[in-house]
Design a protein around this ligand. Structure first.
Ligand SMILES: [Zn+2]
Length: 306
């Protein structure tokens, strides 16, 4: 049976992503993106876990919460339950209950292979536009825009196939409030709350962005207390978890994983321990629950000492 593009996109939209409340679960989306990149490179349908373990761990480290790299093998197993993924190996493994996740050593066994289900693989392999649509769908659902390019680059995935906008289901997750940016920038008086960057070209702010503290992909609301005005540089590294903001003092804390040389030190680590430039009204101050979400789900722990 062959699958239509719409069947494939709908099926992936339904994947069960382990999510307790607003906890981020990036394992399945990252493995699917990795498998798409393999198809684009003309690699075979199935892979050994050992072939992709290093890449997967790297992706989880860079784009997942601090705990994510400890379980790179989980999606290899759990993606099966969504019917889009096929695992092969000894029957002792295959006959296990879905919740009995094999450990790392069991997954690394040379007899274990996995890949998209054959009909899904066939549909994706023959249609680069479908692969691009699926990749956009996954990125929109799980990661802020600032990281899409980095993730694609890390995977070597090129999406330069035109994607039709509007007519298909893949864009409906993106629900942006166009007024959010303006409200947040105004709250912070049009300057980066870390470095004060406030370039204007003519009378338009340039290189200044409204960041969600709790990502909208994780149900973060479009309200000022969940927003920060950040320059493009600080927005990017905030979304990567290089720094976070303490809820009680609004001090900036940088990650021990963030290392910078002489030239970039003053733009980044130089702000460690400093307070953010606060919004013009207390009504707009970042709310503790959103800052705590960022610290738990995005920040690369441990933090540098203050
Ligand atoms: Zn800045």
């Amino acid at each position: 049976m062959s699958l239509s593009s719409q069947d494939v996109l709908k099926a992936f939209e339904r994947i069960r992503v382990f999510q307790r409340g607003s906890q981020r679960a990036v394992h399945k989306p990252l493995l699917i993106l990795l498998a798409l990149a393999r198809i684009a490179q003309g690699l075979p349908r199935t892979m050994h876990f050992g072939e992709v373990e290093g890449t997967l761990r790297q992706l989880l480290t860079e784009f997942g919460p601090s705990s994510a790299p400890k379980t790179p093998h989980n999606p290899f197993w759990h993606l099966q339950t969504d019917g889009l993924w096929r695992l092969d190996g000894p029957s002792s493994l295959l006959n296990r209950a879905p919740a009995a996740t094999p450990n790392l050593a069991e997954m690394r066994e040379p007899s274990v292979t996995a890949g998209f289900a054959p009909e899904v693989d066939a549909a994706l392999r023959q249609d680069p536009a479908l692969r691009a649509q699926l990749a956009h769908q996954l990125l929109d659902a799980h990661f802020p825009d600032t990281l899409h390019g980095d993730i694609l680059q890390a995977l070597g995935l090129d999406l330069s196939v035109p994607v039709e906008d509007g007519s298909t289901s893949q864009r409906k997750i993106a629900r942006r409030d166009p007024a959010f940016r303006e409200r947040v920038l105004r709250a912070y008086e049009y300057r980066c709350c870390v470095c004060g960057f406030d370039l204007r070209i003519g009378n338009v702010s340039a290189g200044l962005e409204a960041a969600h503290i709790q990502w909208f992909q994780a149900q973060g609301p479009d309200i000022e207390p969940n927003g920060l005005a950040l320059c493009a540089l600080h927005h990017k590294v905030f979304d990567l978890g290089a720094f976070t903001i303490l809820p009680d003092t609004y001090s900036l804390v940088f990650s021990q994983h963030a290392v910078a040389g002489e030239a970039s030190r003053s733009m980044l680590l130089g702000f460690h321990g400093a307070g953010i430039i606060l919004p013009q009204s207390k009504d707009y101050y970042p709310k503790a629950e959103f800052l705590k979400w960022h610290e738990g789900q995005v920040f690369k722990r441990p933090g540098r000492s203050l």
